[in-house]
Design a protein around this ligand. Sequence first.
Ligand code: SAH
Ligand code: MG
Length: 212
Amino acid sequence: MDMERAARYVDALYERDELLERVEERIRALGMPDISVPKGTGRLLTLLAGLSGAKRALEIGTLGGYSAICIARGLPEDGHLTTLELNPDFARAARDHFRMAGLEAKVTVRVGDARASLAELAEEGERFGFVFMDADKFNYPHYLEAALRIAEPGCLIVADNILTRGRVFDPAQDTPSTAALREFNRSVARDPRLQSVLLPAYDGLAILRVKA
Ligand code: SAH
Ligand code: MG
């Protein structure tokens, strides 16, 4: 089955989402990378953020805020999303998009290296019921351990791009980020702290639940 065609088929069944389309257009107009999550992953994030029951959610890797908007939409009225971004220009664009979405009170962007921001959040005693990992793949093993330190019991953790368009299972690929992703996938599949599914949908999604 042609998965790109399948995604186009299901996307066409939904009503247009004018806000997300405007966000995508603005990301392109600003010359930012075209690597926001696909529409279907966005819908899944809204669904899972809601199902998690989380009041506080965390995202690692904001870019233009497309996936953050999807997560924030799934949270309750009094819910809050903290999203971490290294690039201050991307963070500024994302804040504009949260305003466009009427979500400026519900989403906070923290600028800086996510490794440092995660350490600060742990220090501040913050706890999260939903985590979405989508920043540099080389740090996924580190991000998982950092997320587990600030996860509430039962926390849902979603990680994007775990198949990197097939590079992860192509033995000819041996970059450090591919090696890190292989380690991440191998270890989460067997981690006794987690219930998990490694889903070969879109660019590969890991859905993990922290056992209580
Ligand atoms: N989640 C976004 C896409 C994120 S793209 C969406 O789907 O809408 C990955 C983002 O991670 C980029 O914006 C990049 O600047 C950021 N990033 C990369 N390395 C990082 C790091 N060490 N700390 C924080 N952010 C990082
Ligand atoms: Mg991604």
